[in-house]
Design a protein around this ligand. Structure first.
Ligand code: 5GP
Length: 527
């Protein structure tokens, strides 16, 4: 199954490593064919190259839209070398076989990422490149196709090990990689167009994703895993720079995303915010006059759970906050930047992973969320819903005070990022109890109350910090029981969507318990 490499067509936008590859191929006696820019680069390095234009008998034309789209090229890529008819056709038309295709595509994704205009993006959609890649991949029985600079060395090693030839298994792997590239490329184009047209999830129809890194394992050590980027280059965990610490794990990435997306709900211009996450749920979220105060308040909510947590900040990490964070074991810290002093403080904790970004994820950015189910994918618009003060409807006799309104809205935003059923207790811009992921709303209210009670014990408080707190429920109370449980724990005001069949009953119970309650008209399930 070894097949020789006699002729190569090189056509690359990214010229990294091109000269070295060209030299190594030439040294093995491989004939080089190339398109305009690539041919020039090779010639400038003193290599002998034949122009594709000479082979096709046509000049490159239409701003490069048509260069290699020709039977002399595609016949050379697609002909089966062991098929008499194919060989006869090659002879009749003077088509020479191309045994190696090296292509990397017009940088469409990078052009979009740098904010280029519509026409510029369109012009950066490669046509001839993907056509050749798909042709060469289909004919991997004889043809090698390399689409990634990172694979040049592997190609040369394979040829070195086989006297200038390559094995079938090797070509198969190259073809699989190549089809992944054209699939991701077209998906990126489709995604971009969906963005241009502001299409919602059901009308987008394709999804881009490209391998960013392989992970040591998945959620558990017997699961293999990898991290894919969506090509959007948006601020977030997928584009963060890791300054120090061990390699990120699957769970780290999942939790870091949860933390960063939560803290991004709080615009930096409205003051510092901190979220601490464990198992994708917040164990403490707080605002503060300073970043270190926000961290301290978030930490105080549930000191036990915060151990080994993920910390996300909505402002650049400063020295004071860094000093506090290193006092306990933390897995990951993510922030939109860090001061030099803060970085120096972290440097003493070798295992602590520090991720920095150029900004916060945009909580309003309409993107597509996917979940795998047996035999399919569930696709929806990400939950970018939000409510403002003016959306809230007071439904009880008592109305919340201005300070209570602020805490209610804070609790509501936190609740959006807590697994359902979610009940969140908040006092003075900080969570004091979080009930996450229970199968009944009553249980979640109970869990939040128990957490508040433990906070009192941990901090030596004279009473439960839930006394007088604001309560958020991610969905309506189907019965009054959960609401009454929250009131018993100390809740003084409540924010919830409303819309239950028993709203009247729940409102009556709230009035009798002396609660102030507002309806948002919007639900934030998160499963
Ligand atoms: P060069 O720098 O050699 O002039 O151009 C290399 C780029 O052209 C590669 O990214 C390759 O995928 C692309 N390319 C090759 N043939 C064609 C074609 O026929 N049409 C278009 N639009 N791009 C091509």
């Amino acid at each position: 199954d070894l097949s020789p490499v006699r002729r190569a067509l090189l056509s690359v936008s990214d010229k990294t490593g091109l000269i070295e590859l060209g030299q190594a191929l030439a040294a093995r006696g491989v004939e080089l064919l190339s398109t305009g820019g690539t041919a020039k680069a090779l010639r400038d390095a003193g290599l002998t190259v034949r122009d594709v234009a000479e082979v096709t008998g046509f000049p490159e034309m239409m701003d490069g839209r048509v260069k290699t789209l020709h039977p002399m090229v595609h016949g050379g890529l697609l002909a089966l070398r062991d098929n008499a008819d194919h060989v006869a056709a090659m002879e009749q038309h003077g088509i020479a076989g191309i045994d190696l295709l090296v292509v990397n595509l017009y940088p469409f994704e990078a052009t979009v990422a740098k904010g280029a205009d519509y026409d510029d993006c369109i012009e950066n959609i490669d046509i001839g490149g993907p056509a050749m890649i798909r042709a060469a991949s289909k004919n991997h029985a004889f043809v090698n196709v390399v689409v990634d600079v990172a694979d040049y060395d592997a190609l040369l090693a394979e040829m070195a090990a086989n006297d200038g030839q390559t094995s079938y298994a090797f070509r198969q792997r190259l073809a699989q990689t190549a089809y992944a590239r054209t699939a991701a490329y077209d998906a990126a184009v489709s995604n971009w167009m969906a963005d241009q047209l502001a299409l919602e999830a059901p009308r987008r129809r394709a999804f881009a994703g490209e391998l960013k890194q392989t992970l040591r394992y998945g959620e558990n050590s017997h699961q293999q895993a990898a991290f894919y980027t969506d090509g959007s280059n948006r601020p977030g965990v997928a584009t963060a720079r890791q300054l120090q610490g061990k390699e990120l794990s699957y769970n780290n990435i999942n939790d870091t995303d949860a933390a960063f997306e939560l803290v991004a709900e709080f615009a930096p211009e409205n003051g510092p915010a901190c979220a601490i996450i464990k198992h994708a749920n917040p164990c403490g979220v707080a605002l503060g006059a300073t970043l270190s105060e926000a961290y301290q308040k978030a930490f105080d909510c549930d000191r036990t759970s915060a151990f080994g947590g993920i910390v996300a900040l909505n402002q650049p990490l400063d020295a004071e906050t860094a000093g506090k964070i290193v006092e306990i074991f933390t897995e990951v810290v993510i922030a939109p930047g860090a001061s030099d002093e803060a970085i120096a403080i972290f440097a003493t904790k070798k295992n602590l992973r520090l991720l920095l970004t150029d900004g916060l994820p945009d909580p309003r950015q309409p993107i597509v969320a996917m979940k795998q189910v047996a035999g399919g994918l569930l696709v929806q618009d990400k939950d970018v819903g939000h409510v403002d003060l003016t959306d809230l409807k007071v439904v009880t006799r008592k109305a919340p005070t201005e300070a209570q309104m602020a805490d209610l809205l804070f609790a509501w935003k936190v609740g959006k990022h807590v697994k359902s059923n979610a009940i969140v207790y908040v006092k003075d811009g900080a969570t004091v109890g979080v009930g996450a992921g229970q199968m009944s709303r009553l249980d979640s209210a109970n869990v939040a109350a128990a957490k508040a009670q433990r906070m009192a014990t941990e901090l030596g408080l004279p009473e439960s910090p839930a006394k007088g707190c604001a309560v958020a429920s991610d969905a309506f109370f189907p019965f009054a029981d959960g609401l009454l449980e929250a009131a018993a724990a100390g809740g003084a005001c409540v924010i919830q969507p409303g819309g239950s069949m028993r709203d009247d009953e729940v409102i009556k119970a709230a009035d009798e318990a002396g609660l102030a309650m507002v309806f948002t008209g919007m639900r934030h399930f998160r499963h």
